[in-house]
Write a protein that binds this ligand. Structure first.
Ligand code: ZN
Length: 180
């Protein structure tokens, strides 16, 4: 069982290091164990038994590693699973249009959800090495998919989602943006 570090831990505020490629066996194993953790966390019975919270994304610093890699796993609908095990992700381009989740975001490292809109790019093109495909990939993502990729990328730069909430006006409505 992976130990999840919370937002009081210094590592959650650090800028993570690039990961050498080709990927070492150890890094690959760790990243796949993170993906597996997410998948299991979405099984209610398993999560309850092991006292873990359900999550869709997990970045290396959240398990105490200062490395630029993260895993994502969720079911988009009945028969479509979105899953990635990404190393050294980088945003190549983004829309000017923004989006935010109408119910706000959550994070395995943040015990109590913080209320407010977290604005992110509506569309991104991201490149990374994906362990699941064993090659460099370019991912074009919109809306929720783009939000998850950006939330995890923030972790690699020491940023937490609530840093992006407007403290004076947490529910500010911004132009050129969409709620998801
Ligand atoms: Zn998070």
């Amino acid at each position: 069982m992976l130990k999840i570090f919370d937002d009081k831990s210094k590592i959650l505020r650090e800028y993570c290091d690039e990961v050498p490629l080709p990927l070492s066996k150890k890094d690959e194993e760790v990243l796949l164990s993170m993906l597996h953790y997410l998948e299991k966390s979405q099984d209610d019975k398993y999560a309850e038994k092991h006292h873990i919270r359900s999550g869709v994304g997990l970045a290396a610093p959240q398990i105490g590693l200062k490395k630029r890699m993260y895993a994502i796993y969720y079911k988009k609908n009945e028969d479509e699973v979105i899953q990635y095990a990404l190393v050294n992700p980088k945003i190549l381009s983004n829309s000017t249009k923004m989006c935010a989740m109408k119910n706000g975001e959550g994070c395995l490292s943040v015990k109590e959800d913080k209320e407010g809109y977290v604005y992110r790019y509506y569309k991104i093109v991201l490149k990374a090495f994906d362990v699941l495909k064993n090659k460099e990939v370019q991912i074009t993502a919109y809306g929720y998919d783009a939000i998850v990729l950006q939330h995890e990328l923030d972790h690699l730069n020491g940023i937490l989602y609530y840093d992006r909430i407007n403290k004076q006006n947490p529910f500010e409505i911004r132009p050129n943006s969409e709620f998801i």
